[in-house]
Design a protein around this ligand. Structure first.
Ligand SMILES: [Mn+2]
Length: 320
């Protein structure tokens, strides 16, 4: 791969913005942390960072992520906007306006449904994470990778592979991780930051959701529901549902697991995982998308209606 224009874009831009998708996860935030750090280390420029939604407590340790802001001026025109881990522009929510106004744009991602909306697109569906794509770019460009930058990349790869467990855990994932360990990152320290800083409410909320899971189709499909009143009861933060749908997939009989979350009385957000079936296909029926074994969509109806429609589509499109 050749990414020559990337350096040219960065060098020629004064005002640079880095942003990722709404309610960012470990890959989104780790990649953002690393990209900021690497641009500073190599070009002495300080990009702006926009965090769209909530910054989970367990990712506050990421170097330079404290430079992130949560509000923006919609009249701002950036010379360059870099999106990381953003599969489609609607994932930027109302911050899309900053992307639309930017003079130049770079789209770096690993979602197979990414529709290449940037002036430069580095989209690698075979990569585990956007962090893995970034490391490839840095190596190719011979950019310096500092310890702080490596911490972001390792966190991105660690979390998007579910701790080196998911099907995207390739040979290159371990090669990348080895390079980052060589730079000096401490795997145990990063693991503890990412995974062992849960609040009591978080654990109790997750157990509550698992407890009320519903099994259908001879236990091949399992789902749970999250109502606003559940979130209130446990004083839930945005990231409280993270990992739930994977926990349900871990059941031996499960092929497809999904979580239906009430946004309002007419909007339900679905996140879906599978072992065999292509859930990107199922979610794309509802205008969503993602990866083969991890996808999501938003359905304009209440939870009960959304669950009904999803179960029907699973019946039609799954591998049985
Ligand atoms: Mn990702």
């Amino acid at each position: 791969m050749k990414f020559n224009q990337l350096e040219e874009f960065i060098k020629n831009s004064k005002k640079i913005l880095i942003m990722s998708h709404i309610n960012p996860d470990g890959d989104a935030l780790g990649s953002t942390s690393s990209m900021y750090t690497t641009i500073y280390d190599n070009f002495k420029k300080k990009p702006d960072i926009l965090i769209i939604g909530h910054l989970p407590n367990n990712y506050k340790f990421l170097p330079n992520i404290d430079k992130g802001v949560f509000n923006f001026n919609s009249s701002m025109v950036y010379d360059l906007v870099i999106t990381l881990d953003v599969a489609s522009l609607d994932r930027l929510s109302n911050a899309k306006i900053l992307f639309d106004k930017a003079i130049k744009t770079i789209n770096i991602d690993h979602h197979k449904t990414n529709n290449k909306f940037g002036d430069i697109n580095v989209v690698c569906p075979e990569a585990s994470s956007t962090g893995e794509v970034l490391l490839e770019i840095y190596n190719e460009q011979n950019w310096t990778i500092s310890l702080d930058s490596a911490i972001g990349l390792y966190s991105a790869i660690l979390t998007d592979t579910g701790g080196f467990r998911y099907e995207n855990t390739s040979e290159n994932v371990f090669k990348s991780a080895a390079q980052l360990v060589k730079i000096g990152i401490n795997p145990n320290e990063i693991y503890k930051n990412c995974y062992e800083r849960k609040s009591k409410n978080f654990v109790m909320f997750q157990n509550y959701c698992i407890n009320k899971a519903v099994f259908v189709n001879n236990d091949k499909t399992v789902y749970s529901t999250v109502y606003k009143k559940d979130l209130e009861k446990f004083h839930a933060e945005e990231d409280f549902t993270e990992g739930l749908v994977e926990a349900l997939r871990a059941i031996e009989t499960t092929d497809i697991s999904f979580l239906a979350k009430e946004i309002d009385s007419k909007t339900t957000k679905i996140s879906m995982r599978s072992k065999k079936s292509d859930v990107a296909v199922i979610c794309s029926e509802f205008g969503g998308g993602g990866h083969t074994f991890a996808a999501g969509c938003t359905i304009k109806t209440n939870i009960e209606g959304a669950v009904k429609r999803i179960l029907k589509t699973i019946e039609e499109k799954s591998n049985g």
